[in-house]
Design a binder for this molecule. Structure first.
Ligand SMILES: *Cc1c(COP(=O)(O)O)cnc(C)c1O
Length: 354
């Protein structure tokens, strides 16, 4: 562990919190007083700076802007019933971040920067964690290549940062989803299993087209046959068919191993479902729908936790769901919220003290 002394901390003179309320704030728009910034140079990480949130001064030749060595994470912190700050499963994000770093030929970020840095930053800005139900502090760690050189090669310099954004209840309307058969998100051997910035950029066009047709998101299919379901937008996806919950398995490396996905699997088992991680074809989904045994479809991810799907369109076939009468998705969401907000016992050791 790096002791506090190895962090160079510069505090703001006056908190921006004095001028704003944390109630019902939109996702990702406001940032706390401080940020963490550390540079990698000459094969090592330099001093960790925690300092007032501020713009960066960057060269137009910044490697990340040209060749896209850029990765990120999304984590959330909550206040428990005693007002103590708790982070939801940050070690999972830490492990995944370094898996992303390896795949993108970027350096590993040590635990004493990622976790200890996150902890110290939140400690400093803990007044920014909203106390209201369904509110949280969104934590965004990220890293990008920072060579000032447009030669194509892995950069020699990198910047790792953490910024914090208080967020209100994610406006969670049930989604209309378009089954995407033309564009793909990920291919075996590609980078679908890592949180690379480019995965998001390359997904935007298909999402935009789906939106122009009146849908909220796409359901991505496998790259070769356009037959096996993958993910729903930037969320993992679950189907409740009969007494079984099914979610696509991670074997092909085309699916992001979501922390919410993993937590949902645990809670579904706790509720009493059989859970299967396996390939699931769109034909099997249509058959289950026609047989009246496709009960629920929902996405999982840190930002919204659980998003219900009220309509699924495959070619000209529409599948509609009566989400108001669903039991499972709301139950999983409630159990997860109760653990996060300290209203129920943290049975699985998910919450990390700040
Ligand atoms: C981040 C992400 C998810 C959700 O992961 P969580 O750890 O649950 O937030 C799912 N799919 C994709 C493509 C993602 O980038």
């Amino acid at each position: 562990m790096i002791a506090a002394a190895d962090f160079n901390i510069t505090k703001v003179e006056r908190s921006k919190l004095n001028e704003m309320s944390l109630e019902n704030i939109p996702f990702g728009k406001y940032f706390t007083d401080h940020m963490l910034e550390v540079d990698y140079e000459d094969g090592e990480w330099k001093t960790v700076e925690i300092k007032p949130y501020q713009p960066l001064l960057l060269s137009p030749s910044l490697a990340a802007l040209h060749y896209g060595q850029a990765i990120f994470e999304g984590v959330k912190a909550y206040k428990d019933q005693d007002g103590e700050a708790r982070i939801f499963r940050p070690f999972e994000n830490f492990k995944r971040f370094n898996i992303s770093a390896e795949r993108m030929a970027m350096p590993q970020v040590p635990e004493n920067i990622f976790i200890e840095g996150m902890r110290q930053l939140i400690e400093l800005d803990k007044n920014w964690i909203p106390k209201h139900a369904d509110h949280s502090l969104y934590i965004r760690p990220f890293m990008f290549s920072s060579d000032e050189l447009i030669g194509v090669r892995p950069s020699e310099k990198y910047k790792f940062m953490i910024i914090l954004s208080p967020t209100g209840p994610y406006y969670n309307v049930p989604m209309r989803i378009y089954v995407e058969e033309k564009y793909v998100r990920a291919v075996p051997g590609g980078v679908g299993y890592v949180k690379a910035a480019g995965n998001y950029g390359s997904a935007m066009f298909a999402t935009k087209e789906a939106k122009s047709k009146g849908y909220d998101q796409v359901l991505w299919m496998d790259a070769f046959e356009h037959k096996y379901v993958q993910e729903c937008g930037t969320m993992n996806v679950f189907f409740i068919i009969g007494d079984t919950a099914i979610t696509p398995d991670l074997a092909a490396g085309t699916i992001l191993a979501g922390v919410t996905r993993d937590s949902t699997i645990t809670l579904l088992k706790e509720i009493g479902f059989k859970v299967e991680e396996r390939p699931l074809s769109i034909d099997d989904i249509v058959d289950a729908y026609k047989a009246g045994v496709l009960y629920e479809v929902f996405g999982t991810g840190t930002a919204a936790t659980i998003s219900m799907i009220k309509e699924l369109r495959y070619k000209d076939f529409l599948m509609n769901f009566d989400v108001d009468n669903w039991r499972t998705a709301p139950e999983v969401k409630q159990r997860m919220a109760d653990i996060k907000e300290g209203k129920s016992t943290d049975r699985y050791g998910w919450m990390q003290k700040v």
